[in-house]
Design a protein around this ligand. Structure first.
Ligand SMILES: Cc1ncc(COP(=O)(O)OP(=O)(O)O)c(N)n1
Ligand SMILES: Cc1nc(C(=O)O)sc1CCOP(=O)(O)O
Ligand SMILES: [Mg+2]
Length: 356
């Protein structure tokens, strides 16, 4: 019986640790109050269940545990925060299952524990799934500088030169924005073009989003699609994609951002910041909305509209919180790079906002 209690004690520690790691992801990576409180209540329910077994800690012998020095290389490998949370979710269900199985040997004293842990394991599966989906929606969209690439706007160079120079300058996301009514590509030519852009961007580890067209995004292997308030709904796209694709939504106020978040958006466009000639925008919401958005903080945001690397504009964005730890704010620009003679220099100047 002592060995069984030792197993249960070791796995109880794993459960507590895994729940903590998952809770931190829900709290600090996702700002997700609902998920956070679900995990917190699991921690409390687990504490109540395990307290029914007396003297568990008395069986602990960490120095004599032969397992502490047996490690695999993969235990030390986590490529990003999402991997950390996913690994914790797996550990949680394994540890709960171990308690459940070995708890059966405890006889009558273990019956309530086994039942409670079984229920926690089911809750754990749901929480793990929600966490994984929410993380895959938004954790890959923390960009600093997004280029809205429009071929007809590339006045001084080919689109390819603009794209490659902009990437050298620090662009970490490219949104393909072709408007047929404004001389942009459509149909087969659009898909072929998007595939070329994806090839160049992915070779440089730069994400690709397609404006308006979820079908084209899927066909060309892009990372996601961007939709406006009048386009196909974000909830419809989530039903179509599950967690496989990023979905960006344009917003001009927190109510729109909140709705986008509820519908499973990965990030929001936040604008317009300043007057722009690229798109007809009647109302300028300005850096004030950017600041509100950054403090709201549930999703990464890309400030957009009339952004240029002037001291005045960069200062206004900085003042709204861009570049500050925890604000998850980047910027998206079109004209200032596409129309430039020196697209790489402009990108680098914009990017300098994030270099302290
Ligand atoms: C990052 C980002 N934010 C906002 C927009 C605007 O999208 P939408 O309102 O759909 O307008 P169009 O770009 O389609 O004209 C965006 N594209 N990207
Ligand atoms: C496409 C677009 N959407 C906006 C919004 O506020 O939703 S502003 C905008 C134009 C962005 O281009 P530029 O960097 O040339 O001003
Ligand atoms: Mg649109």
């Amino acid at each position: 019986m002592m060995q069984v209690k030792r197993i249960i004690d070791a796995n109880a520690n794993r459960v507590r640790e895994a729940l903590r790691v998952m809770e931190e992801a829900a709290r600090f990576l996702l700002n997700n109050k609902d998920l956070c409180s679900q995990i917190k209540s699991m921690r409390h329910d687990f504490a109540a269940a395990i307290s029914q077994i007396p003297n568990l800690e008395s069986q602990r012998d960490t120095t004599g545990d032969v397992g502490t020095s047996v490690c695999t290389a993969r235990e030390y490998e986590r490529s990003n925060t999402k991997d950390v949370a996913i690994a914790a979710g797996k550990r949680l269900s394994e540890a709960l299952r171990a308690i459940e199985e070995y708890g059966k040997v405890l006889g009558p004293v273990g019956v309530d524990l086994v039942r409670a842990v079984e229920q926690l394991r089911y809750r754990g599966y749901t929480v793990e799934q929600s966490l994984n989906i929410a993380l895959s929606y938004s954790c890959d969209a923390d960009w600093q500088l997004c280029l809205l690439l429009t071929r007809v706007m590339c006045e001084h160079h080919t689109w390819e030169v603009v794209l490659k120079e902009a990437i050298k300058g620090g662009v970490d996301c490219v949104q393909i924005r072709e408007k047929e009514a404004e001389g942009g590509l459509s149909g087969r030519a659009l898909v072929m073009y998007c595939k070329e852009v994806v090839k160049i961007c992915h070779a440089a580890d730069v994400a690709v989003i397609v404006n308006d067209r979820a079908d084209v995004a899927m066909m060309c292997g892009a990372d996601g699609v961007h939709v406006g308030q009048q386009d196909v709904g974000c909830d419809e796209l989530r039903n179509l994609f599950g967690g496989q694709m990023l979905v960006g939504v344009s917003t001009s106020c927190i109510a729109e951002a909140e709705l986008a978040w509820e519908m499973g958006a990965s990030y929001c466009g936040v604008g317009p910041m300043f007057a722009t000639t690229t798109k007809d925008k009647k109302v300028i919401v300005g850096p004030k909305y950017l600041n509100e958005y950054g403090l709201w903080g549930k999703l990464p945001g890309l400030a957009i509209g009339g952004i240029e690397p002037s001291e005045e504009k960069l200062e206004a964005l900085r003042g709204a919180g861009m570049g500050e730890e925890g604000m998850r704010l980047g910027m998206a620009v079109s004209g200032v790079i596409c129309r430039s003679e020196k697209p790489g220099e402009v990108a680098a100047d914009l990017k300098s906002l994030f270099n302290g």
